[in-house]
Design a protein around this ligand. Structure first.
Ligand code: NAD
Length: 196
């Protein structure tokens, strides 16, 4: 497969890219704008591999995304690019709204238009994998250390059916992007999965 990974120069994305190149025969197109959080040095071990390509592209740039899809013809998308640090979202939420919500919308539309013109077999196999976060569920009740040792077994957990209750600009922007991705499945039949 050819996998288009967004945010592949980030903390988790770079580990994903290294894993795919080192442990599979799949190819990676790494789409990353290289914000303060992106670091190509974390990809040095695989950057010369013939199955790896880097595209410095902003996921809010619809035209450039369209070019990347047409040029590289991916079989799947793993969408990790995001503004991801909660503290920064409190001091400056604007970038989080732009990248996490507008960027995810822009990527969804670029991917959907590309997907629509695939042949039936490739269309059926295509997947858009949206990487979300457990933080969309909000906070679990606080237990101090001493108490938690006693009741640890009874701590509530979040599951797929837990209601969304984001509590920071970061988690609210990630929750918003989850809703967009889910709506694209229901509305357009666009084949997505979300992991948290
Ligand atoms: N790190 C965690 O603990 C954690 C936990 C749960 C979920 N997540 C999610 O996993 C994903 C990856 O997290 P991470 O910790 O690797 O993030 P990170 O901040 O380390 O990396 C984000 C990457 O996205 C790129 N990027 C940012 N804005 C972009 C844009 N507009 N266009 C293209 N690229 C852009 C950055 O350059 C960077 O390489 C995110 O979606 C995050 O919400 C992270």
């Amino acid at each position: 497969m050819k996998i288009l990974v967004t945010g592949g120069a980030g903390f988790i994305g770079s580990a994903v890219v290294r894993h795919i190149i080192s442990n599979t025969q799949d190819s990676v197109i790494n789409v990353d704008e290289l914000t303060y959080a992106g670091n190509l040095e974390s990809l040095i071990s695989i950057s010369n591999n013939s199955r790896y390509t880097f595209e410095q592209v902003d996921i809010c740039d619809r035209v450039e995304l369209g070019r990347v899809f047409v040029q590289h013809q991916p079989d799947a998308v793993m969408h990790l690019a995001a503004e991801s640090h909660v503290d920064r979202s409190i001091t400056g939420p604007s970038d989080f709204i732009q990248t996490n919500i507008v960027g995810t919308y822009t990527l969804l539309e670029a991917a959907r238009h590309y997907w629509m013109q695939l042949n039936a077999e490739r269309k059926a196999a295509f997947r858009f994998h949206h990487i979300s976060t457990d933080e969309v569920y909000g906070d679990l009740p606080y237990q101090d250390e001493q108490e938690s040792q006693v009741v640890n077994q009874e701590l509530p957990l979040c599951t797929e059916t837990t209601s969304y209750a984001p509590r920071s600009p970061y988690s609210a922007s990630k929750a918003s992007s989850d809703h967009l991705v889910r709506a694209w499945l229901r509305t357009y039949g666009f084949p997505m999965i979300i992991t948290k």
